[in-house]
Design a binder for this molecule. Structure first.
Ligand SMILES: NC(=O)c1ccc[n+]([C@@H]2O[C@H](COP(=O)([O-])OP(=O)(O)OC[C@H]3O[C@@H](n4cnc5c(N)ncnc54)[C@H](O)[C@@H]3O)[C@@H](O)[C@H]2O)c1
Ligand SMILES: *[C@@H]1O[C@H](CO)[C@@H](O)[C@H](O)[C@H]1NC(C)=O
Length: 320
């Protein structure tokens, strides 16, 4: 009896949240922004692109900012830009390779000694190989997983105890639409982003189960962004996004405690399409979006290799 009435309440709550979701869609997000003033934000991969754009935005809202990266000159530039954006806030940078878990724990402890405990963690650092499976060196596959997914275990383990104790904090993970759907020349990238999404979703259930509802989490699923990371990609239908636009959308999501932020909005439908369409019909959607060709001319950050692997592979096969 008690059990079935619990189920009935759960059923009502599902409707309640559904209606709330629909109504909130019409309320400007900015009316619901939380304050991050005087909070300490740690951003991995903060020496470039999206991480840098987020650092500047958090600082403008009065948050103190710590950036980690492997690129020292990138970090220095970010620190200057953050200082220029808001001279009032504290800003610090640490060279830290997040694939080294001992270094992650050490550096997190150093930040705590130097400044304070972290209030907001942004798992942003990422890498991409951009090649067909057989052309990706094994070491590169491992590195992609380490940076894009496994590092989240270390960074989160480093900051979670303080967040749990205070029942307050926020963990933001920059995944990708590549964490919703696979793609050509993206086996390691998509698999690592799916992993990041799975990690993030599971962590959220654990936080709910531990009744730590004060610790928020946001997973971000952006489409291609013009940061240079994906240099050479082609996108015939959906235009590539500007880092400033994506950073604004991410901030709006974080400041309203949104669990998911897909940029552009249409990307929210990918998971739905995948489940309601017959599989072969979804392949057609992928084809229409240019999926088979987006990565053909990819050069990425390394920029030198002429990436025409798909064609080369076919040729190789013919020769053999
Ligand atoms: N650019 C896109 O099209 C796109 C699309 C969707 C998602 N994303 C994701 O957004 C995030 C930011 O990407 P971006 O476009 O700003 O790329 P970016 O290359 O400009 O920045 C990534 C930063 O991560 C740093 N980094 C790499 N390996 C590291 C390591 N081991 N330890 C510490 N730092 C390391 C790099 O030095 C770089 O500064 C990534 O997770 C990326 O996968 C990017
Ligand atoms: C490091 O950052 C600097 C400054 O932003 C940039 O010019 C350089 O290309 C980056 N190096 C790498 C390897 O990404």
């Amino acid at each position: 009896m008690a059990k079935s009435s619990n189920h009935f309440i759960a059923f009502l709550m599902i409707f309640y949240y559904w209606i709330c979701g629909i109504l909130l869609f019409f309320v400007p997000k900015s009316l619901r922004f939380k304050s991050v003033k005087d909070k300490l934000v740690l951003i991995t991969g903060g020496g470039s692109g999206l991480g840098r754009a987020l650092a500047i935005r958090f600082a403008k809202r009065g948050a103190n900012v710590i950036v980690w990266d492997i690129n020292k000159s990138g970090l220095d530039e970010t620190v200057e830009l953050v200082r220029a954006a808001n001279p009032e806030v504290k800003v610090g940078s640490y060279v830290c390779d997040i694939t080294d878990r001992h270094l992650v724990y050490e550096t997190a402890a150093k930040v705590k000694r130097d400044v304070s405990a972290i209030d907001i963690l942004v798992n942003n650092a990422g890498v991409v190989s951009g090649k067909n499976l057989m052309d990706i060196p094994d070491e590169k596959i491992i590195q992609t997983f380490q940076v894009n997914a496994i590092s989240h275990f270390w960074t989160v383990k480093a900051v979670l105890p303080d967040m749990m104790a205070a029942n307050s904090g926020h963990i933001v993970s920059i995944a990708s639409v590549a964490g919703s759907t696979g793609g050509c020349q993206l086996t390691d990238y998509c698999a690592s982003k799916f992993a990041a999404v799975g990690f993030e979703e599971s962590l959220r259930y654990e936080l709910i189960n531990a009744n730590k509802l004060g610790v928020k989490s946001t997973v971000v699923l952006p489409y291609f962004i013009n940061t240079g990371m994906f240099a050479g990609f082609k996108s015939p239908i959906l235009p590539a996004l500007e880092p400033d636009y994506v950073a604004d959308q991410i901030m709006a999501g974080v400041l309203t405690d949104a669990e998911y932020v897909a940029v552009p909005r249409i990307c929210y439908t990918l998971n739905t399409l995948k489940t309601i369409l017959p599989v072969k019909a979804f392949y057609k959607v992928y084809e229409v979006l240019g999926g088979y060709h987006v990565m053909e001319d990819f050069v990425g950050r390394e920029g030198t290799q002429h990436n025409n692997n798909y064609v080369n592979n076919n040729n190789n096969r013919k020769v053999k």
